[in-house]
Each structure stands twice: as structure tokens, then as C-alpha cells.
Write a protein that binds this ligand. Structure first.
Ligand code: GLU
Length: 359
């Protein structure tokens, strides 16, 4: 049997495109064959596929010179249609239904929208439809857009309580240096409790938006929530069945999932930092208590400052005495009330441990 029942598979632009940027249909069809096999044998798969912008770029010659935002809007509108049509046809050859889910970061900002999105994917899976997700690049143009589809896939893995997230790129995994350098090696196993970001190459990929460092950061966060993350080469033959089959050797990077999976609400909070409405600054003593071994809530006595205006149940950032964000949490009272509580004794938490995520 396969190692995971429910798995999110993210396919990067560089896996789906040839060197000249055109859509690599042979690769795409081979990946669909692999997914179809897993699906037939009972795995629940959600696909997060990039490649819209790249597919559109070769379809259309713009009349005038376009700024970055307009170019992305035009190419993604045309390219997404092309991409999903190809997927639809390839899956249909296997007698499998797939459906398109386009989303934006902003539309996942409230708990209600988040749960609506979760429900949509749930009903698709229940009916054996493979969701194919992408960011809606035609409207996600502000600062509130996903850094890349790695971020989107991490959020979906957490949302859907997946057992694993497989990120397919055009290299074998995360390297301990520049992959172009012969001495650099794939880091085979990563313990998400250790921060090794200093060893990872910060450069971006050729056609996609992401890079190795963002992959690493997202993967680490997701693994700490109890989900195994695998970064592997989508151009390796039969990669998906190989990764899904127990005791099979294949070069890739695996992030060991934390033994204590986070609750649904904690996972939502962990991926909601960009929706923070304000900041709560805390003293060194409170920071030590929060980041210690024992589960601790944030009490008024540890608060030194409150920035911004927020309502009860909003997400806020928690900032330590070095001015560094150490986490996010859902507040139990609004900013006005929190200001009145600064430094006061009392056991009623401003952020309860169950609604707290520490980086
Ligand atoms: N949503 C973009 C596309 O489909 C890709 C974003 C990314 O590179 O992760 O073209």
C-alpha cells in the first residue's frame, strides 16, 4: 500500500516547461499517468499546478509593451485556460474527472472563507474528482498575493489535513549550496526543529516565482505541523509512485513530520501571518515562557506595547524585545482593551495557547 492516503502534489512551472518556456506536454502527460495510477489505487490527491503564466506567454503577442502586473494578468488568463484544458483531456483519457480551483490569499483571510474553501475540496475528493489548484493570477496582484505556489500548497496541505506534501521541482531536492556547483549535495533528511536556512541558496527559479529558500521555509513550517514534506525532481521518471511506495530509494529531500500534529485552528493561524491586524510587543521574560517547552498562553503582564487597531478574534503578530516577530495568535480582546491590560497581573490570557503559533 502507499505511504500516504491524502497527499498534496505541487508541480512547479519549471517541471512543466521546456527550456524555451513552452509547455512540455510529454512531461505533463507522464505526471498525469502517475497521478492516475495513485488515484486508482485509493490515494486522495490534490494537485497544485503552476504554469499558467508560462503557458500564456507563448500564446499571445501583446499589442503594446506591458507592465509586470498587466503581463501577468493577460498571460495567466489565457494560460490557465490552456493549462486546465490539457489536464482535463489527459485525465479524461484515464476516465478521471478533475476540477479547477482558483484562489487568492486574500480570499482565505477569514476563518469562514477558509472553511468554505476546505469544504469545496472535501466535496471534490469525496466524489473522486481531482482538484487542480492555482492562484488566481488575474486578480492576485497586490502585496497580498502568495509568495509562490509553494506557499499556497503549504496552506492547502495544512487545511486539508494531508499526510504529505510533495513539491516537484526541476532539481533533486534542497541542496547544501548552489546546485550548479559540483560539490553541492542534496540534503536527504531535514529535521524541521533545526533551522538550516543559512546553508540554502537564496536565488529564484527561472520561470516560476519561488526559490529554494521559500521552499525550505514553507516545508519546515508544514512539517512542524505534523505533515511530511518531500521536495523531489518532477522530471525523474515515475517519481510519484516511487515516493509513495514504502522502502524505495530515490534522491529527494524529506522533512520529518513533527510527532505532535497541530490542531486545525493552529494550522490556520500558522498560515495567517499576512492577515495580522496589529502587533503585541512582549518582554524578554514572556518571550522565554512562550518559546519554552511548556505550553504557555500570553498573559497581560508580559505585554509592553500594542500597535494597530484590532478586534477580538483577529490575528496579531507577537514581537519580542529585539523587535523580531516570534509568532502569531488570535486575540481574545480588542486593541483598546489590550492596551488597558499592558503589564497588569491576572491569569486571563490575551492569546490562549490553543490559538498561538510560534515560529
Ligand atoms: N501561479 C503562477 C502560474 O501558474 C505560478 C506561481 C509560482 O511560480 O509559484 O503561472
Amino acid at each position: 500500500m502507499y505511504r500516504f492516503k491524502r497527499v498534496i502534489i505541487k508541480i512547479g512551472t519549471n517541471v512543466l516547461t521546456r527550456k524555451d518556456g513552452t509547455l512540455d506536454l510529454t512531461r505533463m502527460s507522464s505526471l498525469v499517468d502517475q497521478i492516475a495510477l495513485l488515484h486508482r489505487e485509493g490515494a486522495e490527491i490534490i494537485l497544485v499546478s503552476s504554469g499558467a503564466v508560462a503557458s500564456g506567454r507563448n500564446e499571445i503577442i501583446a499589442k503594446n509593451k506591458l507592465d509586470n502586473v498587466s503581463a501577468r494578468q493577460l498571460y495567466s488568463a489565457v494560460g490557465q485556460a490552456k493549462l486546465i484544458n490539457r489536464y482535463y483531456d489527459f485525465f479524461r483519457e484515464h476516465g478521471i474527472a478533475c476540477g479547477q480551483v482558483l484562489t487568492t490569499k486574500e480570499s482565505l483571510g477569514t476563518r469562514r472563507h477558509y472553511l468554505n474553501q476546505k469544504n469545496c475540496m472535501g466535496v471534490m475528493l469525496e466524489n473522486k474528482v481531482i482538484p487542480i489548484m492555482n492562484e488566481n493570477d488575474t486578480i492576485a496582484v497586490t502585496e497580498l498575493m502568495f509568495t509562490d505556489n509553494d506557499e499556497l500548497s503549504g496552506m492547502i496541505a495544512a487545511m486539508m489535513d494531508a499526510e504529505a506534501l510533495i513539491v516537484l521541482s526541476n532539481i533533486d531536492g534542497i541542496y547544501n549550496g548552489d546546485p550548479a556547483n559540483a560539490e553541492a549535495e542534496v540534503i536527504r533528511v531535514i529535521d524541521p526543529d533545526c533551522d538550516i536556512s543559512a546553508y540554502i541558496q537564496a536565488s529564484q527559479s527561472t520561470f516560476g516565482r519561488g526559490g529554494m529558500l521559500t521552499k525550505y521555509r514553507i516545508a519546515r513550517k508544514v512539517a512542524r505541523e505534523g505533515i511530511e514534506v518531500i521536495v523531489a525532481n518532477g522530471k525523474t521518471d515515475n517519481i510519484l509512485p516511487l515516493l509513495m511506495t514504502p522502502q524505495t530509494e530515490v534522491v529527494c529531500t524529506r522533512f520529518i513530520p513533527s510527532a505532535k500534529p497541530s490542531s486545525g485552528i493552529k494550522k490556520w493561524i500558522a498560515h495567517s501571518d499576512s492577515f495580522a491586524k496589529g502587533e503585541i510587543h512582549i518582554n524578554a521574560c514572556a518571550a522565554k515562557a512562550l518559546t519554552g517547552e511548556k505550553a504557555t498562553s500570553l498573559l497581560p503582564i508580559g505585554i509592553v506595547n500594542v500597535v494597530g487597531n484590532f478586534e477580538k478574534d483577529d490575528i496579531v503578530k507577537i514581537i519580542n524585545d529585539d523587535n523580531k516577530t516570534i509568532g502569531v495568535g488570535k486575540v481574545s480582546c480588542d486593541s483598546e482593551k489590550t492596551r488597558l491590560l499592558i503589564g497588569k497581573k491576572g491569569n486571563k490570557p490575551v492569546i490562549h495557547y490553543d490559538y498561538l503559533y510560534l515560529e
